[in-house]
Structures are given as structure tokens and as C-alpha cells.
Design a protein around this ligand. Sequence first.
Ligand code: ADP
Ligand code: MG
Length: 722
Amino acid sequence: MKKTNQIIAAEREYKIEKEKFVAVSQYFGEDTFSHKVMKEKLPKDVFKKIMEAINEDTPLDAEMANVAAHAMKEWALEKGATHFAHWFQPMTGITAEKHDAFADPVGPGEVIERFSGKQLVQGEPDASSFPSGGIRATFEARGYTTWDMSSPAFIKRNGISTTLCIPTAFISYTGQALDKKTPLLRSIRTLSKSAVSMLKLLGVKDVKKVFSNLGPEQEYFLIDMDYYYKRQDLVLGGRTVVGAPPAKGQELEDQYFGSIKERVSSFMHDVEEELFKLGIPAKTRHNEVAPSQYEIAPVYEEANLAIDHNQLVMETLRSVAKKHHMAALLHEKPFAKINGSGKHVNWSMSDNNGNNLLNPGSTPQDNIHFLVFLIATVRAVYKHADVLRASVASYGNDHRLGANEAPPAIISVFLGEQLTQILECIEKGTVTKATNAEIIDLGISSLYQVSKDNTDRNRTSPFAFTGNKFEFRAVGSSQSISTQIIALNTIVAESIDELAEKIKAKGGNINKAVFEVLSEEIKEIKPVLFNGDNYSKEWGKEAAKRGLPNEKTTPSALRALVTEKALSLFEKYEVLSRVELKSRYLIHLERYMKDMEIEIKCLHNICMNQIIPAAVSYQRRLAGAINATKEALGSAAVVSSQIELLKKVMDLINNVYATDKEIQARVDAACAIHDEQKKAEMLSSKVKPKMDEMREYVDALEVLVDDEIWPLPKFWEILFIN
Ligand code: ADP
Ligand code: MG
């Protein structure tokens, strides 16, 4: 790449001045119509009704909705909003919003600002442009958005435009889910119901509700906009399809431990300010292992809120980066051979009294509850590892899973040594004789202190217990986390129910029954437990022996969504009907193919319009130099090194050209297949390897061709100049 670009990026002045700093506590949540604001702005009885509706999951009557809408409108107008929007998460993975003005004509030349309860509670965006996986026939394009009262409305500022955004669920005219929130809310309810029943069975009577909690750690890359816009693969597909690794990567680990660069710190500050206004508790920020890679982690919240907030975090990273003349890359693997980005999703369950059900307690009785929920979760992962694998499957994440930096495609559970030992004791039956009065302790009561430091040493596990929560690490950085939480909540609900049935069937002393059931269960689910190195080759072999699924590509992983086991599970728990789940499977499959097709086209364009022209021009220069030298020194002149170089360049050009043709031919062959599953599998098995081969040729050219005429910014520039 021409030197000027490097110099431009390196020398631009990035000092951001701030007029004055205000303590975060002064403005945290100021752009949200939070419960606190509602309490202030709404008549007492209306506020009470809304809270009831949220807690009991009941609809709000029309009159109450009108009062709420009025207060919300007045509040939004004060904030400068001109429009309102139902904000929802269609199956595209990003959020959508259709804006309507508050201003409404009331006569010729006259408007007033209006916002009715009906407009607040229900919207009717044209559903036809959102993927539905065949649910919505073209003649019935209508879809409805309905207000999700449990996630506060917020103000969104975009340039000079200000909009009141109302979090909503999106369903079809016939009541089927067209979004990610609807099944998420269903799964949260389902898990709560199962967990509350289990607690009752265990003798805890005062629990009404169980929440799923989430703390997502979001990784991303941040690069200079100058480089970003020079790469159509980054702009259009989010990932570089060619590019040789830089001379220095992450081997010195100086990035992770180094201080955050000034320009990046300013960016993070701005991001956090935006998030704080939206009531998002951004807590932790740090460099990640790869150069120009970072992480942001808010404090955990109730799942529905945490997921809305994660969507906003991703949006905010992107928009604030632009203001700083940078691009935030959320793709799972923007740069080959450089560490990719994931989203570690920390998940736990807690009851309405604030007790974390995955927290080893200080009494043996507490620890029995803990063990039940812990083992129910492990059991769920064992039973539905294929569904969890499918929940993280995407074209982008395929580059990461199993690539020696991220967990493999095998879903196993890490519990750490101490818990594993305790499970072994339970399995052996050492505790089955326990009565209510004398619960054999096994050292269980000291779990809390020890396990905190004991766990999380294993960074290679896809599903690790880390003291009082599970950390699902296979999630991709760009993914909406609803998909995984819908799956996780549902499979855990099922396991809790099945354990409860077994405990009840034993009868007699409850503790004895619990330990007997746990002992039997542990025997069965043991194969999913693995404390070793998940990156090692041996684990692949060992996992195969244990019969754990290992689907390496998205098309093969997605099949798990349409097995009878999965269809009947989601149907039974009323999280997704058969039709809904099948449609989701199709949407994921289509998305995989679309993402891949975009990359194929980018790769073709880059090779034909940028790489071959540059390489041919270098070839011409080499040939010219050889001829000129022979002319000057006579035909006996030794130019063997130039000839060798010329031949190498020519061969590589030929390879690029031939591979491009081969890719097109294979794509055509795949496109002739009508079965979507087979088509996706063919693209994955026949086209993808050719794309990787192409990359090798292009990257070999990159290190031969003159830097001045190389048409793409190189990784060292992109990752080290900022
Ligand atoms: P790590 O060692 O992985 O950095 P942290 O303790 O910093 O772990 O937490 C990472 C994320 O997990 C944060 O978002 C944090 O709020 C969240 N977290 C902590 N406790 C829980 C919990 N009980 N349930 C869900 N998430 C939690
Ligand atoms: Mg973590």
C-alpha cells in the first residue's frame, strides 16, 4: 500500500477535548424511561398496574396504556425526541426500527404531538422485508410489534435526530414469532416455572420467580477508517478474505498487558458515556490478546435486559467508532491467523429474593440446592450439546470455533477439580444415606471460598463453571445472544423438570432421594465433563470415543435444530412451535449461504480488479528489467534471480486466475441444488476450501510484489497503526 496512507493514519491528531466531566452517577440512565422515571411521572395506581403487569406477565388495559403513553411522550419531548419507534430484533440478528413522528395533523396547517396507548402497545411494521423462514405467506405480510414492558424505552440520538425507542416483540398476524425476543421471553418464563417448582420440591416455599442472568463480555477490533474503506471485504463482509499475517502478531503478548492507547481510551470513554446514558452498566474495558483487539463487559443483568443492552453495545461501538474515524469490527475472525473475537456469555439463575441458584452456599442444605441446579445444567448440556452447538453456528463463527484460540466445536463442560471430586463422591454413593438431620458434608460447605479461585483456570472450555455462574465461550462476537439463551434456558428447564420427576418418584426422605437421583445422573452425564485442554488433538479423539457430537461446520451443526428431539423439546415448553423452529433453521441456513456468497463475490472482485492487475504490472516490470539488463550487458548477463521471481509471480497469477474460475464453477454446481441443506453443505465442503487455497496464492503474491503498488492495506498497517 502506498506510504501516504500509513502516514496519514499515523500522524492525524486524535486529541479529543472535553469541556467538563460529570460524575457518571449524575447522568446514568438519563435517556431511559426507567422504573424510577415511571414512578415519578405516572399516577400511583398506573405505576402499580404496570409493575404488576411486568411481574405477572399480564397485559395492560387500554386506559392504563393511554396514561403511560402520555407520560412517555411528554418525557420524550423534553428530551428533544420528534419521533417514536418500535425497536425490535428480527431474525437478521441486528435491530430494526420504523420511525413515526409524534406530530400529527389536526387541521389545515396545524399539528399537535400525539402518542396513544394503542401506538405504545402495538405497532404494525411491514413484515415482508424481514426473514421469516417461510412462516409468512407473501399475501399476509402483516406483522405486529408489542411493547415489552420489562425493558425500558430509551432515547436514541443519531446526528441531530432524536427518537424514542420502545423495545418490542415482533410476531406475525397468526401469532408466530418473527423475532428473537418472543421466544426469549417464553424461555425465561419456562425456566422460571421449572426452577420454582424444583425449589418447592426441595422445601423452599417463598420463591415466586426465577430469573436468568447474563453478563456478556464483548470482544471487538478497532481499526483506522482509512484502511477500512480501502477493503471491500471488510466493508461488505466484515472479514478480510485475503491478507498475509504481519511479521509480529500476538506472540509477545505486549498488547494484552500493555496500557490502552490514547486514541482508543478516548473512544472507550465516549462509548461508555453513551451506554451510561442508556442505563447500561459498562464496567470493564481492556485490551485483548490480538493487536487492536479490545473487550467491553457490562455488569450482568436479567437476561432480557442484558440482551437488549448487548444489542445497544454493539450498535454504540459501531457508531462511536465512526465519530473517531475508526471502524469497530465485530466479526468473529476479521484477520486470518490472528486471534478472533468471541462473546463470553456468563449465565446464572437467581430467585426473586436475590439468591443465585448456582452459588455454592455456606450450609450443606444450600449446597444441595446448588448441586441440583448445577447438575441439571450439566445434564442439559450433555443431553442437548448438539442444540447448543447449533445455537452458536454461523458462517463467521465457523472461522473461529476449533481454530486453536476458541473452544472447539465439541461442547463439553469444565467444572474444575474440586467440584469434579465432589461429583465423583456423589456418584459413588457416599452421601446417599444422608437424612435431614445429618447431611454428610463432604467439604461441600467450603465450596464457595475454594471454587472461586479454583475455577476459570481453563480458558479452553466452551462451557465453564466459574464459581457461581457458567460461562458459554463458544458464542460469536457478532451474534445476538438471544439464540443461545433461548436454547440454554429451555434445555435447563427440561432437565430441572426431569430431575424433579425422578426425585418425586423415589419418595421418602427428600435429601436421600436427591442424592440417589444425582448419583444416577452423574453416571450418565459424565462424558460431557472435561477439565483438560480443549485445544489438544487428543481431546478430539477422546470426545469421539465418548460419543460427543463434533460438528465442524454450520450446515452440519444446524441439523440439530430439526431433529425430533429438538422439535418436541421446544414445542413441549412452548418456546418455539415446530413451524417456528423449522423456519429458524431455514433462516440460519440461508444466512450462512448469503454470508458466504458475499465473500465469494468480494474475493472475486478483489482478485480480478486489484490483485491480478497489481501482480501483472509487477510482472511487466520484472520482464522489462530482465530485457533491459540483457540489452545493456549482452545476452549472457546473469539475471537468474529476476527470472526466478518473474516465474513465481507468473505462476501465482495463473493460480489465482484458475482458482477463481474453479470457485465460480463450484458455486454454479451448488446453486443448481434445490435442497437448501445439501446446497449449504456443498458450499461448505467444496467452495470454502478453494477460497482458502485462493488466499494462499494471494498472500504469497503479497510478500513478493512491490509494496508501492500493492492495492490493499496490509495487516501490519491495519493492526499496528492507530
Ligand atoms: P472474568 O473472570 O471472566 O473476567 P468477571 O467476574 O469479570 O469474570 O465477570 C465477567 C462477566 O460475568 C461480567 O459481565 C459479570 O457481571 C458477569 N457475572 C458475574 N456474576 C454473574 C452471575 N452470577 N450471573 C451472570 N453473570 C455474572
Ligand atoms: Mg470471562
